[in-house]
Design a protein around this ligand. Sequence first.
Ligand code: 5GP
Length: 191
Amino acid sequence: MTELTVLKERVLRDGKCLPGGILKVDSFINHQLDPSLMMAIGNHLAQLFKDSGVNKILTIEASGIAPAITMGIATGLPVVFVKKAKPSTMGNALVSKVMSFTKGVEYTVSVSREFIGPDDRVVIIDDFLANGNAARGMIDIADQAGATVVGLGFVIEKVFQEGGKWLREQGYRVESLVRVESLDNCEIKLL
Ligand code: 5GP
């Protein structure tokens, strides 16, 4: 069985729908982690972007970190994660605003200028793509840094929400390992 088939079967077996189009996968992605599945995810993302010229992986805490790290292990590239609160120790920061899909609040995200700059060609990684707000915040930070976004990789894309369409219309390369077509009637339908 291929890596992707294992991931899809796991989503179908252990994923749970919550009201509001939320897919709960906290037994293997969002709370408890399955390290070998995460390694497979990272290897797959590394393969997808191997010819993109990526030299840095950018993600957002918390749940983007695991797939970003395993992609980092597979590629040997550094991983920078956007913080959801600006630590007092972070001096010269790039900041943006993100509306949280699951919490429904807007928060300020930040990255130190020390770790992203004009020489960087970043792939943005996250666990989910829904309306694309987290991705937009990371793109905004990369733009402010003068970095190039060579693509975005997601473990799960919910195609019934707008993020993927918007990103592709803007000309970004978007790769999603699992694409959820619908969660209607609490049934998980994959593309
Ligand atoms: P977006 O910003 O694209 O609207 O939503 C992406 C972010 O919200 C991801 O970082 C992810 O943590 C969270 N998210 C969005 N949809 C879901 C979902 O269905 N399930 C879970 N567990 N997280 C989600």
